[in-house]
Design a protein around this ligand. Structure first.
Ligand code: ATP
Ligand SMILES: Cc1cn([C@H]2C[C@H](O)[C@@H](COP(=O)(O)O)O2)c(=O)[nH]c1=O
Length: 218
């Protein structure tokens, strides 16, 4: 049985996910929580290798289903090698992207179908869904402008998709918000960083409180 809490961060490019969960992980650690901060695709050696293949700008010929399968493979390995052991030890796992990225990017924006992409991911994750998903909502124009300003960030193959693709990604997330209102919360990521941080922290504290009460009752 998992004693920890699995939390994911989702959203279009440049929404601020990495910045916000990085800052929150430090804050929560200082408050005494055991935190594992990780990311997808990646987080462990095999998945980082898969990440390099998927995101390499030279791989323009990659088929959409191959792309979806590679993300799912990286996800599987990352879960079994890193996420599940940490949850078993009682860590709060903060993961930068997870299955909803596949559903929004490959399922909706690439047009493979949300249900179809969910089904290959079901094989990868079994029933390991997050307890909470923070969805950082941003207009793609603002998000892309942010990452273009960020000189040290390497532009990857997915970033180079046209604006229409990035709008579809956001539409895909809007569909997921409708489908999973019990675990997904939307945060307006266009706000100043302090407000985004505050909202994300509230949501995380709420789930920590809820889960600890559940533990006490069990
Ligand atoms: N609320 C904000 N207002 C203004 N700039 C922000 C805000 N949040 C993050 N940024 C800046 O936007 C840039 C992108 O942020 P970050 O890398 O955290 O986004 P991301 O959602 O993880 O992007 P990606 O998924 O594309 O890697 C960074 O330079 C960051 O400092
Ligand atoms: C997990 C996952 C990711 N993607 C896309 C989303 C981004 O364009 C890149 C990852 O880069 P980031 O800087 O770490 O955000 O990959 C995807 O299309 N499908 C997925 O399942």
């Amino acid at each position: 049985m998992n004693k920890g809490i699995f939390i994911t961060a989702e959203g279009p490019e440049g929404a601020g996910k990495t910045t916000v969960i990085g800052m929150l992980s430090q804050k929560l650690e200082q408050e005494g929580y055991r935190i594992l901060l990780t990311r997808e695709p990646g987080g462990i050696e095999i998945a980082e290798q898969i990440r390099r293949v998927i995101l390499d700008k030279k791989n323009t010929q990659m088929d959409a289903r191959t792309e979806a399968l590679l993300y799912a493979a990286a996800r599987r390995q990352h879960l079994v090698e890193k996420v599940i052991p940490a949850l078993e030890k009682g860590y709060i796992v903060l993961c930068d992207r997870f299955i909803d990225s596949s559903l929004a990017y490959q399922g909706y924006a690439r047009g493979l179908g949300i249900k179809e992409v969910f089904s290959i991911n079901r094989f990868a994750i079994e029933d390991m869904m997050p307890k909470l998903t923070l969805y950082f909502d941003i207009e793609p124009e603002i998000g892309l402008e942010r990452i273009n300003k960020h000189k040290n960030r390497e532009v990857n193959r997915l970033d180079l998709e046209d604006l229409d693709f990035h709008h579809k990604v956001r539409e895909g997330y809007a569909n997921l918000m409708n489908d999973y209102p019990e675990r997904m919360v939307k945060i307006n990521a266009a706000q100043p960083i302090e407000s985004v941080l505050r909202e994300a922290e509230w949501k995380i504290k709420e789930i920590i409180q809820r889960e600890s009460e559940k533990d006490l009752k069990e």
